[in-house]
Design a protein around this ligand. Structure first.
Ligand SMILES: C[S@@+](CC[C@H](N)C(=O)[O-])C[C@H]1O[C@@H](n2cnc3c(N)ncnc32)[C@H](O)[C@@H]1O
Length: 218
């Protein structure tokens, strides 16, 4: 089935996305510099772009930059004067992301902050609220990141969390995998939080069987 998923992703990309030299150069640079190929897929990147644009996002927060592939999609959705803050633990990943954003002509819109995201988030105070938040870093801290997204958002803020299905692993209540434990804690937290309305959608494609969670701050 995996081959079928890949072929359908290729079909969708051919029909609806087309070639993109900037994003291709980003992925090539990531690979050349030893970054793991764990960026969102092209179809997911376009979905993030469209969701951010549809939300009219002027300020975007991203947790987990890697080489900036999803950052580029999201920053492209910003209007003139829009800003994206992206948080990354690994200085090498951040350096590669800076190169990629420079090549994409988006450096002036993107502020990359290096360090553990929980610490970077705690330092954000008194800034204008974020309209759109994309969470895609260490899965064990997802519940904490969502709490911060609510604190730094406003009613109407969109929150997306990637990789919440993990090939069905989310159902395993006895798992010792910290990413699954973190994902289950995320669902528990969101289910219990009256400030959020949420769903999660399963996906297949180049990233196998996984899914994303979509929440709106009430
Ligand atoms: C799945 S990758 C992000 C992919 C990226 N969003 C994309 O689609 O192009 C996860 C990133 O989160 C970073 N990361 C892991 N733990 C982190 C933490 N505690 N704080 C900030 N970033 C972290 C990793 O170094 C990695 O670059």
């Amino acid at each position: 089935m995996g081959e079928g998923w890949q072929a359908v992703d290729d079909y969708i990309v051919g029909k609806l996305l087309g070639a993109d030299d900037t994003l291709a150069a980003t992925l090539a640079n990531n690979s050349a510099q030893g970054l793991p190929p764990i960026d969102v897929s092209p179809t997911q990147g376009k979905m993030l772009f469209l969701l951010a644009q549809t939300a009219g996002a002027k300020r975007i927060l991203e947790v987990g930059t890697l080489g900036g592939y999803s950052t580029i999609w999201l920053a492209r959705a910003l209007p003139e004067g829009g800003q994206l803050v992206t948080l990354e633990l690994d200085p090498h990943h951040a350096r590669v992301a800076r190169e990629n954003l420079e090549r994409a002509g988006l450096s002036d819109k993107v502020d990359i902050r290096i360090g553990p995201a929980a610490e970077s988030l705690a330092t954000i105070k008194g800034e204008a609220p974020f309209d759109f938040v994309f969470i895609d870093a260490d899965k064990q801290n997802n519940a904490r990141y969502v709490a911060e997204a609510i604190r730094l958002g406003r009613p109407g803020t969109t929150i997306i969390v990637d990789n919440v299905v993990r090939e069905g692993g989310v159902l395993d209540s006895k798992s010792h995998d910290e990413r699954i434990i973190g994902t289950r804690a995320l669902f528990d937290r969101i289910a219990a939080d009256p400030r959020l309305d949420a769903t999660a959608v399963q996906t297949v494609g180049t990233k196998k069987w996984d899914g994303f969670l979509l929440a709106r701050v009430l």
